[in-house]
Design a protein around this ligand. Structure first.
Ligand code: ATP
Ligand code: LTN
Length: 332
């Protein structure tokens, strides 16, 4: 790889990506490919911290891979692979787990949210999720990790784990920095704008999926929850409108004062339609490209196989050194 800083990020194949995943994460990964060495992964091992139907998970994982390519991740520029294909992540995870405190994991808001959402399955994987995420990042000694704001806490924990390892065993890991875009950092649910838009939400009207067609997108925006006023301005207390404005701003590049001017004197109906159309136009080319890729399974397989080989080559060198530092007997 060229002598550039290294970016690592991942996304779970827990369903079709939402507009939140796209604006908050994936879209920002594309331009980074020209400036950095980029490694992107489909986190299928993280996905099983919540019950998944195996056949569906396989299908979602392949779709997620094709979708990242359709969004513009180029496997010739970046390493793009599936997490479970590269066993170094699980190997490193164990050592990191032994350097992660129970108290730290208990403070993670995602753990608290998800264990509340699935009270019948608060499994150990869900609890140690952040240490596997730290392993994903540290197995490559990544410099920057582009994620949405909801993942910032996990990233801070990854830095703490790295720091603790470095103190115990001697400086080794790079401390990864979050790379968070300001615009659209958190897209909220269309049905409850105080909650983040999430692909595992049971209410299909709460989120726009990247592969939704134009009519569906417009219908979902029409049903978006707003407030009882009629003014399109960005203001505290107007969560629904604020969310629509941030989405519109993210897809058109217009700032809030411009949007307020554009819709002065207009009603919520007009605004929702405009947001729906702008989003649909933005997503249409991705859908076309996705349809092409998902029907060419042989090409996809070639890409993810090569991606896994490259990722393994890179991370196995790092993980072997970690095993040595931890005091395990060298095998060769
Ligand atoms: P799940 O519902 O299964 O928890 P998710 O939709 O929250 O999934 P993840 O796979 O956890 O998505 O996240 C993938 C990336 O998308 C992360 O970088 C995350 O920060 C970002 N992201 C997720 N939801 C949003 C959102 N609503 N707004 C902005 N970014 C988001
Ligand atoms: N937990 C992340 C997905 C993820 C990730 C990572 C992100 C798994 N491993 C490593 C960045 C770096 C999420 O976005 N929900």
């Amino acid at each position: 790889m060229e002598d550039k800083k290294l970016i690592f990020s991942a996304i779970q194949p827990t369903g079709t990506f939402t507009l939140g995943n796209y604006i908050g994460a994936v879209r920002n990964w594309i331009p980074l490919q020209d400036e950095y060495n980029c490694i992107y992964c489909i986190a299928d091992m993280h996905a099983i911290t919540v019950r998944q139907e195996p056949a569906k998970l396989r299908q979602n994982t392949l779709a997620a891979y094709a979708l990242l390519m359709a969004c513009g991740i180029d496997p010739k520029k970046s390493i793009l692979f599936i997490q479970s294909h590269v066993n170094t992540h699980a190997l490193l995870n164990w050592v990191l787990c032994c350097n992660t405190q129970f108290g730290e994991l208990s403070r993670m808001t995602q753990f608290k949210d998800k264990s509340q959402k699935h009270p019948d399955d608060v499994n150990a994987g869900l609890f140690t999720y952040p240490s596997l995420m730290a392993a994903d990042i540290l197995a490559y000694n990544a410099d920057f990790v582009p994620v949405g704001v909801d993942q910032k806490q996990h990233l801070e924990l990854a830095r703490n784990i790295a720091q603790r390892f470095n103190q115990r065993y001697g400086d080794f890991f790079t401390l990864p920095e979050p790379y968070i875009m300001e615009v659209g950092a958190k897209i909220m649910s269309l049905q409850d704008p105080t909650k983040k838009m999430s692909k595992s939400d049971e209410n299909p009207n709460s989120c726009i999926l990247i592969l939704d067609d134009k009519d569906t997108i417009i219908r979902k925006f029409k049903r978006a929850v707003t407030d009882s006023e009629a003014e399109i301005v960005y203001r505290e207390g107007k969560d629904g409108i604020n969310n629509l404005m941030s989405i519109y701003s993210a897809v058109t590049g217009k700032d809030y004062p411009e949007i307020e001017k554009e819709f002065a004197g207009k009603g919520y109906g007009d605004f929702k339609l405009a947001v729906g159309e702008a989003v649909a136009d933005n997503l249409a080319p991705i859908r076309t490209e996705f349809d092409k890729l998902i029907s060419d399974k042989a090409y996809l397989k070639q890409c993810y196989t090569e991606g896994a080989q490259q990722a393994y080559r890179y991370s196995s060198r790092i993980v072997s050194k970690v095993y040595h530092k931890a005091g395990f007997v060298d095998i060769k």
